[in-house]
Design a binder for this molecule. Sequence first.
Ligand code: TXA
Ligand code: MG
Length: 346
Amino acid sequence: MSSSLIPPAAPAVTEAQIQQAVALLDAGELVAFPTETVYGLGADAENPQAVARIYAAKGRPANHPVIVHLGPGGDPHYWVRELPADAQKLIDAFWPGPLTLILKRAAHIPPAVSGGQDSVGLRSPSHPIAQALLGAFDARRGGRAGVAAPSANRFGHVSPTTAQHVRDEFGDTVHVLDGGASEVGIESTIVDLSRGFPALLRPGHVTPLEIAEVLGVAPRLPDGSDATAPRASGTLKAHYAPRTPLALLPFASLEPLLVGAREGGMRVALIARRSSAGDWAQTPNVNFIAAPDDPRRYARELYGLLRTLDGARVARILVEQLPDTPEWIAVNDRLGRAAAAFESHE
Ligand code: TXA
Ligand code: MG
């Protein structure tokens, strides 16, 4: 993983707690665990009944694939039909870390993990508690275990970046290992290598430029364009949404909404650069949050902020649009999806 990440100051999880979690996984139960990106809702990847429990808990359609998480000594070859040279290069460069690879699934791996598709998503997280859990589950199973885990939130909602967020989603129905706040804060970068060319399915902490440096070729976007170029808009689907309506607009287009809110006596949240916000940063009905100017810090804080604002009784969350440049691609993607969830309300 990139050197810009500081190791998380994780609360201590004891060996006994890891063994208790492994016993739950072994018995086909769910365990929520920290990763450097977001918290995952884990189940034994080779147990279709256990994987079905994930879908039931999340309220997620069963044709949505989940990512299989491997421990520090995990062998990707076990899960795939073939491991292309590009996959090995990306594994060497970014594992353990926030990069998921989509590869052709080996015939003996149950299709339930990939929603029936012939592929499988693999990732080896770097968070020490994720590694301890995955390593111990591996040991229990003789060295080849994988934990299927989507983000530990209800379907379509914001991913959790703390153990408390997971409890807020599922109450005490799910066992949670507490590893502190996730350092990356948004879900892993996903690169599809199952179709003969690298394609970026989801932007994240590992950037298209970093991937291009390793592969010698830029990953493609779903529309066929080069993912290291500025992002084309219009392909966003509603997802990752807070409960409070969110608008993502250039500051000039937010101002009429701010004026309207002030006149209507409505409380709103404003996430913008201080230089753009001007006097709106001190207006009584505006809950102003200075936007981090570094994309990775913005990513780390984003989901926690959206959850806090969901609890702050604001009528709307107004977010200043970010630059349409490669370093902002991941934050733009998540904010764009959050806004898309409310576009019909405009
Ligand atoms: O950072 C992350 O990736 C987190 C942590 C827990 O590891 N996990 C995560 O999982 O974000 P989830 O389920 O919320 O998102 C997984 C996404 C799916 O929605 C799908 O887009 C893609 O990964 N995916 C997984 N397996 C796939 C496959 N076989 N083919 C295509 N897409 C796949
Ligand atoms: Mg998710």
